[in-house]
Design a protein around this ligand. Structure first.
Ligand SMILES: [Zn+2]
Length: 133
C-alpha cells in the first residue's frame, strides 16, 4: 500500500513521492507539508515577487541617489563658485607673487640686493594675503 499525504497548500491527497523530503536540524528525515507542485509554484511566485520588489527597490534607490548626487554636485559647485569669487583676487595675487619670488631666486647675483629687497616686500605681502585667505 502506497503512503499518501494531504498537501497543506492544495489540500489534495497525494502519494509521498509527490512531496519533497528534507532533513531537519536534528538530521531526521521529514516530508514537506506541501506537494512538489505547490512548492515549485510557491518558489516561483516568491521569486517573481522578490524580483519585482528588488527591481523596484533598485530603481527607487537609483532615483533617490541621482537626486541626492545632483543636489550634492550643485551644492559643491555653488560652494566652489562662492569660494572662487571670494578669493579669486587674493589667489591670483599669491600666484603672481610666488612667480615673482621664484624668478628672483633664479636671478643673477648682480642684482641680488634689489631682489632681496623685492623678495622681502613680496614675502610680507604674501604673508598678509595668506592670513586674509
Ligand atoms: Zn499541493
Amino acid at each position: 500500500m502506497e503512503e499518501t499525504k494531504i498537501c497543506s497548500c492544495c489540500h489534495e491527497e497525494k502519494p509521498i513521492d509527490e512531496y519533497y523530503k528534507f532533513k531537519d536540524v536534528r538530521g531526521k528525515e521529514r516530508i514537506s507539508s506541501r506537494c512538489k507542485a505547490c512548492r515549485i509554484e510557491s518558489v516561483r511566485i516568491w521569486r517573481e515577487k522578490n524580483k519585482s520588489r528588488h527591481k523596484d527597490y533598485t530603481r527607487q534607490y537609483r532615483a533617490k541617489n541621482k537626486e541626492k548626487m545632483a543636489m550634492h554636485e550643485k551644492k559643491y559647485y555653488e560652494k566652489q563658485k562662492a569660494k572662487k569669487q571670494n578669493t579669486s583676487n587674493d589667489k591670483s595675487d599669491i600666484i603672481r607673487i610666488e612667480k615673482c619670488l621664484h624668478q628672483s631666486l633664479n636671478a643673477t647675483p648682480d642684482i641680488s640686493k634689489a631682489i632681496a629687497f623685492k623678495k622681502q616686500f613680496f614675502q610680507k605681502k604674501l604673508i598678509q594675503l595668506r592670513t586674509v585667505v
